[in-house]
Design a binder for this molecule. Sequence first.
Ligand SMILES: Nc1ncnc2c1ncn2[C@@H]1O[C@H](COP(=O)(O)OP(=O)(O)O)[C@@H](O)[C@H]1O
Ligand SMILES: CC(C)(COP(=O)(O)O)[C@@H](O)C(=O)NCCC(=O)O
Ligand SMILES: [K+]
Length: 243
Amino acid sequence: MVNESATLFLDCGNTRIKYSHGDDYGVFADLGSLASFVTDGYVCEVVVASVSHQTAEVVGVLWAQGIEAQVATVVDGFAGLRLVYPDVRLLGVDRWLAMLGACQRFPGQDLWVVDAGTALKIDYLTKDSRHQGGSISVGLALAAKSLTGNTAHLPKADLGFSAQLGQDTIGCLNFGIVYGAVALIEQTVQSFGSAKAQVVLTGGDADTLRPHLTKPIIHAPNLVLQGLKYYWRLINELNGDSK
Ligand SMILES: Nc1ncnc2c1ncn2[C@@H]1O[C@H](COP(=O)(O)OP(=O)(O)O)[C@@H](O)[C@H]1O
Ligand SMILES: CC(C)(COP(=O)(O)O)[C@@H](O)C(=O)NCCC(=O)O
Ligand SMILES: [K+]
């Protein structure tokens, strides 16, 4: 018997670990916080989606708490979602779950799934739930880190990611990084999909990018976690377990 309110869902990206438990969503600052949450909270089962180098550590922390984590893997055709990759094992599970979550929420629509995380991922799906392809490029924080880490005269200051045309070094970095992402998204959506396609935006930089996108978009925070919950429900239905 599966009890979803006692299930902890984890989305381990390359920057942070996001979670959902019951109706709550949050971020674990470190693995110690995850361990405490599992010890203190009402957690019987943990489902993990990870593209992070920390996967084994996360599974180990849970194991130490007496929980065998269930790790989600990409399955072509799952819930009718057909993938374009020749080898679907090479597709990031976060991209797959974001697409799955978007298909569940917007069935029968052409969809752009834009996940502005460590990397900026853009995927296109036609209304018959066929993945047509996508894009992986640098995310905002990583772009800043890369620029300041590989040049002699760019400051390592925290960028606010405002998007005015720059009038000093920080301003120019802000503009270049934010508008680079905005332009990539807009140009991709305009050039490679149907005019009616819905754009769904998620990821840690969604709030920064949103104000600058001129096409109508739907902000879906936690789309990967929602896809993970949908995946888990369907897996349990297939196994004959009830909620
Ligand atoms: N508190 C925060 N800590 C780290 N990154 C943050 C935070 N708030 C916003 N961000 C932004 O979120 C992005 C990471 O997004 P996220 O979806 O969490 O990534 P991932 O799933 O790859 O770990 C970074 O580019 C960063 O600019
Ligand atoms: C592209 C990614 C690095 C993005 O990671 P994230 O920004 O979510 O931390 C991740 O989805 C990944 O490792 N993908 C495997 C390669 C692929 O999707 O083709
Ligand atoms: K992610």
